[in-house]
Design a protein around this ligand. Structure first.
Ligand code: MN
Length: 304
């Protein structure tokens, strides 16, 4: 199987596929600047799966086959403005959504200082090496076009903007030095959170509380995921603005750490943690999240 870098080398000189989205009623798109080409026909390259279904996401597990097909049909595929489509999560069926808590020192500092954030929950006040990782339910996953439907609106609901990593091949006990070889691509992740004393996996797993988008950017577009500006604004007001260079455990470290506990499968998502500046959101808000080299996505907030 060719790695992404070798695949890129292979098609050097022609157009390299970099940004894949899902939109509308399960369509596949190739994003070029402000346009999206409908390359849904490339999904014909996927093998047929029967029950019991595999524990990986079929598109991500067969990404090279599909992108070869995308490459072949893109030039004649119909194009429309990205702004005219409803963007879905670029991964449809992840096996798990792995989450890094308190992976930026300044966010850990703000959590420790604010009882509204930590609720005397010791697990939320420990550094990542002690706190470990947690999982969000896969049923929480939506794309930016689907919006966030807030539950428990009498309680504090917060935004968290995070670099999201999509695993490209099966990873078990991977050394950090090899971590990047297992990356299919990157996206923006929003880890929406109800504050309170319950376990993270409950408070962070209501439907729509995991937003992934606006598209999957392949690693050749993101040579150093350890130095990306990331920011989020709510109704035009900036709330978080940091850089992934402040991650305590970086992308490769997280892949090593997670895969020391469980096998990561193609399509599994790791959201790498949020920097300082988390703040409440309410129905009616419009969130805009941006990560350098990936893109910008707008997400509407409503009541469930
Ligand atoms: Mn988070």
């Amino acid at each position: 199987m060719l790695s992404w870098l070798r695949f890129s080398d292979l098609i050097q000189g022609s157009k390299i596929i970099m940004r894949l989205c899902r939109f509308g009623e399960g369509r596949l798109g190739l994003v070029e600047d402000a346009s999206v080409r409908d390359v849904t026909a490339a999904l014909d390259a996927l093998p047929m799966y029967r029950y019991p279904l595999p524990s990986f996401d079929p598109l991500i597990a067969n990404l090279e086959k599909v992108t070869s097909r995308v490459q072949a049909i893109a030039a004649t595929a119909p194009s429309q403005p990205v702004s005219s489509v409803t963007l879905l999560s670029p991964v449809a069926n992840p096996g798990k959504i792995v989450c890094a808590p308190v992976n930026y020192q300044k966010h850990l500092d703000e959590v420790r200082e604010d009882a509204q954030l930590h609720h005397n929950n010791a697990g939320t006040m420990a550094p990542i090496h002690t706190a470990g990782l947690f999982l969000k339910a896969t049923s929480a996953l939506v794309g930016p076009g689907e919006g966030i439907a807030l539950r428990k609106v009498d309680r504090r609901n917060d935004h968290e903007v995070e670099l999201a990593v999509v695993i490209g091949k099966t990873a078990n006990n991977v050394p950090a030095a090899d971590g990047y070889q297992y990356v299919a691509g990157y996206a923006i992740g929003l880890d929406i959170t109800i504050r309170g004393p319950e376990e993270r996996s409950l408070r962070k797993s209501p439907d729509s509380y995991a937003v992934l988008g606006p598209w999957l950017v392949t690693p050749d577009e993101v040579p150093n995921p350890g130095n990306l500006n990331l920011r989020i604004s709510v109704n035009g007001e900036e709330r978080q603005n940091s850089n992934t260079k402040y991650l305590i455990l970086g992308v490769a470290d997280l892949i090593a750490y997670a895969s020391s506990f469980y096998t990561l499968y193609p399509g599994d998502i790791i959201i790498t943690g949020t920097p300082e500046g988390v703040s409440p959101i309410q129905p009616g808000d419009i969130i805009s999240a941006c990560i350098e080299k990936i893109g910008t996505m707008e997400v509407k907030v409503r009541a469930a």
